[in-house]
Write a new protein. Structure first.
Length: 234
């Protein structure tokens, strides 16, 4: 997916010329399907300490379409493929699904994040893979459990480095996310000890003003290693 995005962007900017597609492609829109598994469930209302068996499960290929469907149905942004390397989670309380999380490639550049890290452009190009973006986070709308969101973020921060290393062969050192400021205050991220480092300028994930404005977002980060700056400066 990352190569495809890069090639299409180079084509649009006139740097290369791609041949016309050989075939018409009708991709399987598995996220657009509607199955009984993802239908709304009865209200779950409790305090987080009352939930038993709270856990995260890595989404495997067999359940990928179901994760996509939940995000498409219940997340305000809907479903879009996560770019590059990625990990997705189902969050369960016992056998009951309560939330979903998705992590993918970091934003190519972000002024507040980059200034906070203090790295050079060369260092960013070389070490951006050490930063992982929390691209999707959803507490299902029929789940009303105070402090559940911050609890799941904390669990993900503990679990993700080892899961990521197991899949991709290296450990990330920093998490980032972008919170649409007109919709959300970022309360759950603050409660999970993430740090707000500023606001975007509305240029999107690739940082290109020519692609049109997007909503202004607050930028939040969470170190996964004490020496994260040293590793990102290498």
């Amino acid at each position: 997916m990352s190569c495809r995005v890069a090639l299409l962007r180079m084509h649009r900017e006139g740097l290369i010329e791609l041949p016309a597609p050989r075939h018409k492609v009708n991709p399987c829109r598995s996220f657009a399907r509607r199955t009984p598994q993802a239908e709304p469930e009865p209200l779950l209302e409790a305090a987080v300490h009352e939930l038993t068996g709270l856990r995260l499960a890595v989404v495997e290929r067999t359940d990928s379409a179901l994760w996509n469907e939940y995000i498409d149905r219940y997340h305000y942004l809907g479903y879009k493929p996560l770019p590059g390397a990625q990990l997705r989670y189902f969050a369960y309380a016992g056998e009951r699904l309560v939330g979903l999380l998705g992590f993918g490639a970091a934003a190519w550049k972000s002024g507040p994040r980059d200034e906070w890290i203090g790295w050079s452009r060369t260092q960013r190009h070389r070490n951006l893979g050490g930063v992982i973006n929390n691209a999707r986070f959803l507490i299902l709308p029929w789940v009303r459990v105070s402090s559940l969101a911050s609890k799941l973020l904390a669990m993900a921060a503990r679990s993700l480095p080892a899961h990521w290393e197991g899949r991709y062969g290296y450990r990330p050192v920093l998490l980032e996310t972008f919170v649409e400021s007109e919709r959300f205050a970022g309360t759950c991220y603050r409660a999970a000890n993430w740090t707000c480092v500023g606001q975007t300028q509305g240029r999107g994930k690739l940082g290109d003003h020519r692609l049109g404005q997007v909503p202004v977002k607050t930028v939040w980060v969470y170190p996964l290693a004490k020496d994260f700056r040293v590793r990102l400066w290498q």
